[in-house]
Write a new protein. Structure first.
Lengths: 111, 114
């Protein structure tokens, strides 16, 4: 059974602090996504990681992929309130962009 | 480029009724996937359409069916609606092959079953 586990499920952090969200998955995959979702909204694509050792950065967010460990991380640097949202990782289990999503991490950044 | 567009944005239906949701893929994309996102959960894969055929299907009952048209747009049909079908329905489009392919999501249709 395919599993995609994120931790933590809930994260409350102060502005200016750093933190990492972890995404563990149980199947081999060559494509992993990170998405952001604001309440009542659709999914905003943050990163697509395509190979082992891939690292991508955009602003205060950096994502990495270790396919051997089946682990991806989303690192937040110097958090700001605007980063408050739910973050999902998703694994392409079919090679044709059929995605299995993690449980999500609800991030709240406190001023 | 309009991206992935879905209609309607919101919908209220009565239990037992049938509903049709629509999706137009991003320009250049020929593959459409549908997802259901219940409140407080991650999206769950329903099915994927390519070349007007259902290619992959998730763990959803036959009440959920779909269609893809020659212009690559797609419909999701749900029959005999249950209260538990209330959710955000997301459509994603992509090209099916190649290392650079990526799934893009529409803004979703919020379905409420009363």
């Amino acid at each position: 059974e395919l599993k995609v586990e994120q931790n933590p499920l809930f994260l409350s952090m102060q502005e200016g602090k750093n933190y990492t969200i972890y995404c563990n998955y149980s199947t081999t995959s060559d494509r992993l996504y990170w998405y952001r979702q604001d309440p009542g909204k659709s999914l905003e694509s943050l990163f697509v990681l395509l190979s082992n050792g891939a690292v991508k950065q955009e602003g205060r967010l950096m994502a990495s992929l270790d396919t051997k460990a089946r682990l991806s991380t989303l690192h937040i640097t110097a958090a700001v309130h605007d980063l408050s949202a739910t973050y999902f990782c998703a694994v392409d289990w079919s090679g044709a962009n059929n995605l299995f999503f993690g449980t999500g991490t609800r991030l709240t950044v406190i001023p | 480029d309009a991206g992935v567009t879905q209609s309607p944005t919101h919908l209220i239906k009565t239990r037992g009724q049938q509903v049709t949701l629509r999706c137009s893929p991003k320009s250049g994309h020929d593959t459409v996937s549908w997802y259901q996102q219940a409140l407080g959960q991650g999206p769950q894969f329903i099915f994927q359409y390519y070349e007007e055929e259902e290619r992959q299907r998730g763990n959803f009952p036959d009440r959920f069916s779909g269609h893809q048209f020659p212009n690559y747009s797609s419909e999701l049909n749900v029959n005999a609606l249950l209260l538990g079908d209330s959710a955000l329905y997301l459509c994603a489009s992509s090209t099916p092959w190649g290392p650079g392919t990526e799934a893009f999501f529409g803004q979703g249709t919020r379905l409420t079953v009363v």
